[in-house]
Ligand binder design. Structure first.
Ligand code: ADP
Length: 262
């Protein structure tokens, strides 16, 4: 028990003059556990889309298919290939963050403009959902890594859509309060059980119910969001009611150096 409570390797001389070496395994064990989880998730999550792509490729290669079927199979393969790309990017992100090797490129920009651009581009591909924007304030300047903040917004948006199969709109809002900018992403989907709130932003965690299981995912997206937002000195949180929907809130400091920050 003592050995696991100390951080670095330490030596102690016992009353009888023996030298005992207590080696802290906690950090190492944690890293090993993270690696094990990564390997098992990577192999499981990569194998599924890859087998699917290979299966459809075999069909296209050896069978005479109708143009409709060919089109459908190509679309499925395209979706699966996109899933693979997301997965690989998420794994690489989390690896970099684990190793403290994530570079951030801070500069001042308008959060309003970022939300307009991001939701515009995303809205065009979101065939099933309408994205409602509630951003009245302008320009809402912050100092941050624009691409990373975009990644967070995209992640929250795609979750909102993914986990609301029976609702047709998602709302993104932006407002300021004091010296802070507040972004919310609200859906009217599956919702999240209260006992999952504190685990939601940890790596690999996915709510364990059949509705969520049917929807693919790695459980890394929100962990990445939290890491990014906290590296900016901000906060991310969730409010949700099962079967009613969820609201994710991101709070970031405004650019205090500019008069037009608000
Ligand atoms: P992934 O979506 O890849 O599983 P995330 O880290 O993005 O991973 O999310 C973790 C879990 O949180 C999801 O598996 C899901 O159970 C839950 N979740 C996230 N966003 C929502 C949402 N908008 N509505 C309901 N559940 C959500």
């Amino acid at each position: 028990f003592y050995a696991t409570s100390i951080k670095k390797e330490r030596s102690r001389i016992s009353r009888h003059g023996f030298l005992f070496v207590f080696r802290d395994r906690t950090e190492e064990q944690k890293m090993d556990q993270v690696k094990d989880e990564l390997i098992s998730t990577v192999s499981h999550e990569l194998r599924t889309p890859l087998s699917s792509i290979l299966g459809y490729l075999e069909l296209l290669r050896y069978r005479q298919l109708t143009p409709e079927k060919t089109q459908r199979y190509v679309e499925i393969m395209h979706e699966e290939a996109k899933r693979l790309t997301t997965l690989l990017n998420e794994f690489l992100d989390i690896q970099r963050m684990e190793g403290g090797k994530q570079p951030y490129d801070f500069k001042s920009f308008s959060l309003r403009q970022l939300l307009l651009d991001t939701t515009d581009a995303f809205g065009e591909t979101a065939e099933t959902h309408h994205i409602v924007l509630d951003v009245k304030e302008d320009p809402v300047m912050i100092v941050a890594d624009e691409n990373k903040i975009k990644q967070v917004v995209l992640n929250l948006l795609s979750n909102a859509i993914k986990y609301s199969p029976f609702a047709d709109h998602v709302t993104v809002s932006l407002h300021t309060q004091g010296e802070q900018a507040i972004i919310t992403v609200t859906d009217h989907g599956l919702g999240i059980p209260q006992n999952a709130f504190d685990k939601l932003f940890t790596k690999f965690y996915r709510v364990d119910n059949s509705a969520v299981r049917k929807i693919g995912g790695t459980g890394l997206g929100l962990a990445i969001c939290k890491e990014i937002i906290e590296s900016h000195g901000g906060a991310i949180s969730v409010e949700s009611e099962l079967h009613q929907g969820s609201t994710f809130t991101v709070v970031l400091d405004l650019d205090s150096r500019k008069d037009y920050a608000k």
